[in-house]
Design a protein around this ligand. Structure first.
Ligand SMILES: Nc1nc2c(c(=O)[nH]1)N[C@H]1C(S)=C(S)[C@@H](COP(=O)(O)OP(=O)(O)OC[C@H]3O[C@@H](n4cnc5c(N)ncnc54)[C@H](O)[C@@H]3O)O[C@H]1N2
Ligand code: MOO
Ligand code: MG
Length: 621
């Protein structure tokens, strides 16, 4: 689907005087006919190569699907649109230029003098049109039949909508050779070769590696911006209110008139534009939100007035008495009272919430530039796994719960993901599934195959077949010890791989502690989970590794200084996903060993990783 189109008029003359631009609006209208749903951006820029390149890059890097330029394709020394376009596209489409020229030649030999270029930058189609309105109309008809199809092909939409499971069956998987040898099972390492890093070190590594993710921006409709990080500050284009507005239902008055009887000159409900100014001794009946008439400087609420005279049928008020002398500005919101003209509405780095989006809607903004999220792919691994939807379980098989759980967990925290199916525990299959995931995403999250079994092949495949850098391969934590974080270069781009353990709770906890953190860092958000002190409801036996226990938090607050209490959600073994159901927090239990026990009432820290409605907290800390 085409979401956004940009039309760029390139012309020194039109840049100086916008009203000279006829080809730009014409092209915008034609584009709008073909893609009525798409956001349309139009700008006029001078014939400067650097500026043209900058704008083409900006729109392309903002995920605009189609950029149409008009102007600057001729032979004069200022005509540089084709040169700027060639400088930014990654692939050219010469046949589009040929088709445009051939068609135009049927109308005029002058078509020989146009040098239009068409090409692709990343996922954006860019096409140059000549600068005259007539030529724009003729050329547009040439490309109209192929535009949608070309854009779908560029965006790989047919691939995006298919799950890799389908792709595997229909041969879409990207084959990748593996040089991992699994035959010498007897000689496999008996000790893990991967050093065990502390949790604090793992977080430091993630933060510094993910900070290198090349920040990209995209323009989204404000409603698609919920939870996204603002990339460009936005200012109020109008004051709010745009007129002096009444705060009360009552009478607009002149404060100098003081208390006493007033002639009711007019009635103003919200939305009425006042036409007559108020004269001394007069008032206007007015409603909350209605515009004050000229001359009025205050509002007296109806409760502070008395009717003096009215028409017999009660339809018209003639006179009212103002009981309390009003002050200037009383119950009036002056122009710009809520938002002055030019005020900052959002700053770079703000996270868009409902109120902010409402503010932008009220200020007339339809789109907002936000930081792009990295694309995330989810891949399960394991010969024992079946699709959850399969009817009957085969012998010694289980249904894949991790992929669904992780997709939902990421969504809970604002990140969508691409489903890459289940890979089998064979080096070639695993390498091919990873390559397919890397083609589709920046961040690959997979589960299973990272520990010590002879079919735990994730680490060797990443190291040998993808020449990956393993930033860590084991972490001193429970659950999640064999968690792995790696990066590699794939088709010229860095890919970030989180290979989480297969145990469902390990995958859950590590997704929260590593993957969500990484995604937050990549788009400039606060990495840390909020941390509070809590009191254990019952005694807890400590593991030799620091443990992230799933717990429900509650306050039974009697004193203001009381801490929330934390109750562990049953047996904490790594396979029991029930222990994460309804978890409002992960308790950071310290390393213990030798049966060390924390007694009931002991204070530990808790990371607030769950939905807020799962956590009943009323605490001062
Ligand atoms: N000799 C050792 N064995 C194990 C060690 C160790 O240090 N030495 N570590 C243990 C720890 S800790 C963990 S955690 C697990 C990690 O296992 P893997 O990441 O290799 O995962 P698998 O072996 O593939 O599977 C483990 C477990 O999880 C189930 N699983 C896997 N994928 C899914 C899925 N998508 N949905 C539901 N369940 C899944 C799988 O069936 C296994 O039961 O290793 C220990 N072993
Ligand atoms: O570390 Mo594993 O995740 O204990 O179960
Ligand atoms: Mg294993």
């Amino acid at each position: 689907m085409v979401k956004a189109v940009a039309v760029i008029t390139v012309s020194d003359t039109c840049f100086k005087n916008n009203s000279h631009d006829t080809s730009g609006p014409c092209l915008a209208q034609l584009a709008n006919e073909v893609f009525p749903e798409a956001n349309l951006h139009t700008i006029i820029i001078p014939d400067e190569k650097e500026i043209i390149e900058r704008e083409l890059k900006y729109f392309s890097d903002s995920n605009i699907d189609l950029i149409l330029t008009t102007g600057g394709t001729g032979l004069s020394s200022r005509d540089v649109t084709p040169e700027a376009t060639k400088a930014v596209i990654y692939r050219d489409i010469p046949a589009i230029s040929v088709a445009l020229t051939l068609e135009s030649l049927k109308k005029t030999p002058m078509a020989m003098l146009s040098r239009s270029v068409a090409g692709i930058r990343d996922k954006t189609l860019i096409i140059n049109f000549p600068g005259s309105k007539k030529a724009v109309i003729e050329c547009f008809e040439v490309i109209r039949p192929v535009l949608s199809h070309a854009i779908s092909l560029i965006k790989n939409e047919h691939v995006e909508v298919k799950s890799t499971h389908d792709s595997m069956q229909s041969g879409h998987i990207c084959p990748h050779h593996s040089s991992v040898d699994v035959s010498k099972v007897a000689f496999r390492p008996r000790e893990s070769p991967f050093p065990m890093v502390e949790m604090s070190e793992a977080w430091k590594i993630i933060d510094s590696v993910m900070a290198q993710w090349t920040e990209r921006l995209e323009i989204v409709s404000i409603e698609d911006g919920l939870g996204r990080v603002v990339a460009q500050p936005l200012h109020a284009k109008e004051p709010m209110p745009p007129f002096p507005a009444s705060v009360k239902d009552g009478y607009a008055c002149i404060s100098l008139d003081g208390a006493g009887v007033r002639k009711v000159r007019s009635a103003l409900t919200a939305g009425d534009a006042p036409t007559e100014p108020l004269l001394p001794g007069e008032c206007a009946r007015i409603n909350t939100g209605a515009a004050l008439p000229a001359g009025a400087d205050c509002v007296v609420q109806v409760e502070d007035t008395k009717l003096v005279s009215a028409s017999d049928d009660g339809e018209t008020e003639f006179e009212v008495e103002i009981m309390v002398a009003p002050k200037p500005e009383q119950d009036v919101r002056p122009v710009g009272y809520d938002i002055p003209m030019g005020a900052v509405l959002t700053n770079r780095g703000d996270v868009l919430d409902a109120a902010l989006i409402g503010l932008l809607a009220g200020a007339g903004y339809q789109n907002v530039t936000v930081k792009a999220h990295p694309k995330v792919a989810l891949l399960s691994t394991g010969n024992e796994l079946q699709e959850p939807s399969e009817g009957k379980l085969r012998p010694a098989h289980i249904r894949d719960s991790n992929r669904t759980m992780l997709r939902m967990l990421l969504r809970e925290h604002g990140y969508e993901s691409i489903d890459c199916g289940i890979a089998r525990d064979s080096p070639t299959h695993l390498a091919s599934a990873l390559a397919t995931a890397m083609q589709r995403a920046d961040v690959i999250v997979c589960t299973g195959g990272v520990s010590m079994g002879e079919r735990d092949l994730l680490k060797p495949v990443l190291l040998k077949d993808f020449n990956a850098t393993l930033h860590f391969g084991r972490v001193r934590m429970k659950p999640g010890k064999p968690s792995t974080f790696a990066t590699c270069l794939f088709e010229g781009k860095t890919k970030y791989i989180f290979a989480l353990p297969g145990n469902p709770v390990s995958a859950y906890v590590c997704c929260l502690l590593f993957v969500v953190r990484a995604l937050r860092v990549s788009c400039g958000r606060v990495a840390e989970w909020p941390r509070v002190s809590v009191r254990l409801e019952e005694a807890v036996t400590l593991d030799p590794r620091p443990e992230y226990a799933r717990a429900a938090l509650q306050t039974r607050c009697r004193d203001r200084g009381d801490l929330p209490t934390a109750a562990l959600l049953g047996n904490q073994c790594s396979s029991r996903l029930l222990s994460a159901c309804g978890a409002g927090a992960l308790l950071e239990l310290p390393a213990g060993g030798a049966g060390r026990i924390l007694p009931p009432g002991a204070v530990v820290s808790a990371l607030l990783t769950g939905r807020l409605d799962l956590t009943v907290i009323h605490s001062e800390s």
